[in-house]
Design a protein. Structure first.
Length: 524
């Protein structure tokens, strides 16, 4: 009867504890992932994707050691200790006290096992592995395999220091635990023999005390193992709880803020007024030092200038990836910090230098720009992006899988899909951040044709960041940036008239490079 009862209790308890731990793990993963998505870009700049992935995949499941089967085992062990010792004290407290002289040995063993788990290192190489595998083509192209292995070994060696110390503590702790149990059982038998031979207690009562102490010792082993696992689990999930408690400087899911009615007139007015900014990772290196810039509705503004002058940072500030340290950025006369963040970003369509596509079909990737877009709207956006023709030549057309990071498509095809994704949301402000810089000449021409056609049919405000000045000559205004400020502003022809200005120098350099390329080409 007792055996059947034990079986039933264990089945029910372990099943319930395991279900509870699975539910908690799922909730923690969801909350942690949501919290990661809410964080500001400055936080993401400081935390690698590999480490964050490791936290979700490896650390959170360790919470099961706190509330799952591990907890059930630990509770059963501690209950065995309490019940076993209680029975033993009831039947013979003198006999029990004599045997418990071995408890300090078990206590030392338990303490060392807990200490060993506290000295285990977290995964120190997740970020390196993720970065290396994500850039495997570059690693192969530059024969960096051996160097990456050297870095990887250095990370492993650093982690091994803590692991060796943990192993030492664990080994000594196990020795004390096993030795303590044998010492306890030896004392148990010794004093049982003494008490029975001297007629201090009956043989049957001595047998009850013996098994009570034996059950308590086995429970102590179970409990000590759980305590060690608990220490390891607490260390693993502490970073997760710190993440859950972190309040982002800019909350991407914050529902507060103004949501103005969309104006009947397309396009929007953008103003940068005395903006100062520096990245948190480089606080002493000011990107903007009093930037002033106005973009009128339904006009095209091009930003040019040397590398590091802050061109791409304007896009990051417009989308509120970061906030300026001082100054104000306005959209249609309203400080963008007062606007609802989702509304603000819904007014913009972004095309970056490196096109980003997600695993899925072409249709799904374009629809990421607007969840409510119909198939007809997606086709219309693809036509506007000069992508419809090549999509129709694919076997499954819009149902074609693009692969991981769009590997099934060429660079030009990926960029045109990215443009379609930006257009399908019908943005008031189109942001083109060096959209053709990473493409070969053929792909660049195809993408540039799509962009030129878009700019000719202007019904939105457009910000173009260009590395090739020949592509922005038709812009309504060209702003030349240098050292975080606009140092020149005007049309292409107006800026060329300033013969000693920075724009004229940049144009001259590119024309010289183009002439050199033409001269070299016949020799190749």
């Amino acid at each position: 009867v007792v055996g059947m009862a034990v079986i039933c209790v264990h089945v029910v308890s372990f099943y319930c504890f395991n279900c509870a731990s699975e539910a908690l793990t799922t909730r923690l993963r969801q909350k942690a992932f949501r919290t990661m998505l809410r964080q500001d870009m400055a936080w993401h700049d400081e935390n690698s994707a590999g480490v964050l992935t490791s936290q979700l995949a490896e650390n959170i499941p360790k919470v099961k050691l706190l509330v799952g089967n591990g907890l059930a085992t630990g509770m059963a062990g501690f209950l065995s200790v309490i019940v076993g010792l209680s029975i033993s004290f009831i039947f013979s407290w003198r006999y029990t006290l004599c045997v418990l002289g071995a408890l300090p040995v078990l206590g030392i063993g338990s303490w060392l096992i807990v200490l060993s788990n506290q000295h285990e290192n977290e995964n120190l190489f997740g970020g390196l592995v993720s970065e290396t595998l994500n850039s495997i083509k570059t690693v192969a192209a530059y024969s960096l395999e051996q160097r990456m292995m050297t870095y990887f070994k250095a990370h492993l060696d650093k982690q091994a220091v803590g692991e060796h110390l943990a192993s030492w503590y664990y080994g000594v702790g196990q020795g004390f635990m096993v030795g303590g149990i044998f010492l306890l059982l030896g004392l148990d038998l010794l004093f049982a023999n003494i008490f029975v031979n001297r007629a201090l207690m009956a043989q049957d009562r001595a047998l009850v005390v013996f098994f009570g102490i034996f059950a308590a010792s086995m429970g102590a082993v179970q409990g000590s193992i759980w305590l060690g696992d608990r220490a390891m689990a607490l260390k693993a999930v502490s970073g997760i709880f710190q993440l859950l408690d972190r309040q982002p400087l800019i909350d991407s899911m914050d529902e507060r803020g103004q949501v103005p009615q969309r104006a009947a007139q397309p396009g929007c007015k953008v103003e940068f007024e005395d903006v100062h900014f520096a990245y948190a990772s480089r606080p002493d290196s000011r990107v903007f030092q009093g930037l002033n810039l106005v973009m009128e509705p339904n006009t095209t503004t091009a930003l040019v200038g040397p590398s590091g002058s802050g061109k791409s940072t304007t896009v990051s500030l417009l989308q509120r990836f970061y906030d300026p340290h001082s100054g104000v950025i306005r959209l249609n006369g309203v400080d963008i910090r007062e606007l609802n963040l989702a509304f603000l970003r819904s007014q913009m369509g972004l095309v970056q230098q490196e096109p980003v596509l997600f695993t899925g079909t072409i249709l799904e990737n374009v629809r990421y720009g607007n969840d409510a877009a119909s198939d007809e709207q997606i086709v219309k956006a693809a036509r506007a992006a000069n992508a419809h023709a090549f999509i129709c030549k694919l076997p499954l057309q819009y149902g074609t899988e693009v692969g991981s990071k769009g590997q099934a498509l060429s660079g030009g095809q990926k960029q045109r899909i990215a443009i379609a994704r930006a257009l399908v949301r019908d943005p008031s402000l189109l942001l083109l951040d060096e959209a053709t810089a990473a493409l070969d000449s053929v792909s660049e021409r195809q993408v540039q044709e799509a962009l030129d056609e878009l700019l000719e049919k202007q019904h939105r405000t457009t910000l173009v960041i260009a590395h090739r000045l020949s592509t922005i000559q038709g812009a309504d205004q060209i702003c030349v940036m240098h050292h975080g400020k606009v140092v020149q502003k005007g049309t292409h022809q107006e800026l060329l008239q300033e013969r000693f200005g920075l724009y004229a120098k940049l144009v001259g350099r590119q024309q010289l490079k183009a002439a050199d390329a033409k001269a070299i080409k016949p020799l190749m």
